[in-house]
Design a binder for this molecule. Structure first.
Ligand SMILES: Nc1ncnc2c1ncn2[C@@H]1O[C@H](COP(=O)(O)OP(=O)(O)O)[C@@H](O)[C@H]1O
Ligand SMILES: [Mg+2]
Length: 372
């Protein structure tokens, strides 16, 4: 709930939020919205401006220009109100190493003015939630990275913030501890906390986040759901592919002409061209009762290439990326029609990592071109 008592749609909204260090633009007119009660991923290579953005949104540093609304409050006009609504797990754990876990959390509770009665209960509950209660009396300097990270999470939640910022929380943690933290992030979100998750880890972001923003060199270069970003990459590659293949582009244009749609020779020429150049997605279907007839029928589909039948119950094929989704449907239809059963299906679609590399290397490419 925001100040006015209305249900807030966005936990965070920024408008041209900018940070300059001298002449250096660390964050360049950031415009983004984070849906209330969602998990939002913030991706970008080192130096992209993620931590700087988070520092502005958590009122640790002042923005040079632009606007940011966090939990309904303006970061430049009402920083104290913002601070009460947010929790922050910084990139570098900032705990007192000569104090115990519990003492650290207690300091934080006192800083936020949590009452004495609430304090003890909350500390117990949160420590149990993240499973660190067993080490509450251990000195921080004697703790492992994962344990410190958990204490940091408890400290950031002690004043019950609506929004939690996590700046690369799982970096350097072993896979098991990572998974524990992922479960915790999910659990906190289920409880109603909005989570901003800064990360390099594509798997982590894809697993947890509803929406993601990718930053590069201070600018937002993408903002979407992970799936849409992957789909967009396919579309972008298709367009580039046609552009770079004039023969194919001409053939496509000719066939698009309504008089030629059914022209056998033209279609055949196009198929030949596609056979030579087309970027394909490999599809692998496992099933039961797959027969040679089924495979022959799949081979007859247009836009399906290199179909192979492995008699262990697997058919592999290459689908051209122009008809990817439809192609998969057609293949499944044929299997079902021939009384086959599909038990598993997989493709090598682009990963979020491909999207990341594609978007964050663009700027460099552009700079290279300009330098020529
Ligand atoms: N206090 C500062 N003074 C000058 N430059 C800074 C300062 N803090 C960060 N930067 C620069 O701003 C850019 C963005 O940094 P940062 O936000 O930490 O990136 P990220 O968290 O995405 O790795 C980097 O080039 C960094 O060197
Ligand atoms: Mg950072």
């Amino acid at each position: 709930m925001c100040v006015t008592g209305e249900i807030m749609k966005y936990a965070i909204e920024t408008n041209k939020l900018t940070k300059k260090y001298g002449n250096f633009l660390a964050v360049d007119e950031l415009d983004m919205k984070v849906k209330n009660k969602s998990i939002f991923g913030f991706l970008g290579p080192n130096g992209a401006g993620k931590t700087t953005s988070i520092k502005m949104l958590t009122c640790l540093i002042k923005a040079t220009s632009g606007k940011g609304i966090v939990a309904g409050y303006d970061i430049s006009k009402n920083p104290n109100e913002v601070r009460e609504k947010i929790g922050m797990v910084p990139q570098l754990v900032s705990l007192y190493s000569d104090l115990t876990a519990r003492e650290n959390v207690e300091l934080c509770a006192d800083y936020y003015g949590v009452t004495k009665e609430d304090k003890e209960d909350r500390m117990d509950d949160l420590m149990e939630l993240v499973d660190i209660k067993y080490a509450e009396n251990k000195l921080v300097k004697q703790m492992s990275g994962g344990q410190k990270q958990k204490v940091s999470v408890v400290a950031s939640l002690i004043h019950r913030p609506d929004i939690l910022f996590l700046d690369e929380p799982t970096i350097g943690l072993d896979p098991t501890t990572k998974m524990v933290l992922w479960d915790l992030i999910q659990e906190l979100n289920d409880e109603g906390h909005t989570i901003i998750l800064c990360s390099h880890d594509m798997y982590e972001v894809e697993k947890l986040c509803e929406n993601i923003a990718i930053m590069n060199q201070g600018k937002l270069v993408a903002y979407n759901t992970p799936q849409n970003l992957k789909d967009n990459l396919i579309i972008e590659k298709e367009k580039l592919f046609i552009k770079e293949n004039p023969v194919l582009a001409d053939l496509q244009n000719e066939i698009m002409d309504s008089n030629n749609v059914n022209d056998f020779k033209l279609n055949n020429d196009l198929k030949k061209e596609l056979d030579t150049y087309i970027p394909t997605t490999q599809l692998s279907v496992m099933g039961e009762n797959l027969t040679d007839e089924t495979v022959e029928e799949i081979k007859g589909l247009t836009n399906v290439y290199s179909t192979k039948f492995n008699h262990d119950g697997r058919i592999t094929m290459d689908l051209d990326q122009f008809s990817n989704k439809n192609g998969i449907n057609e293949v499944i239809k044929i299997i079902l029609k021939n009384n086959g059963v599909v038990t598993s299906i997989s493709t090598n679609d682009p990963s979020l990592e491909d999207v990341f590399v594609n978007l964050t290397s663009k700027k460099y490419n552009k700079l290279d071109e300009e330098a020529k």
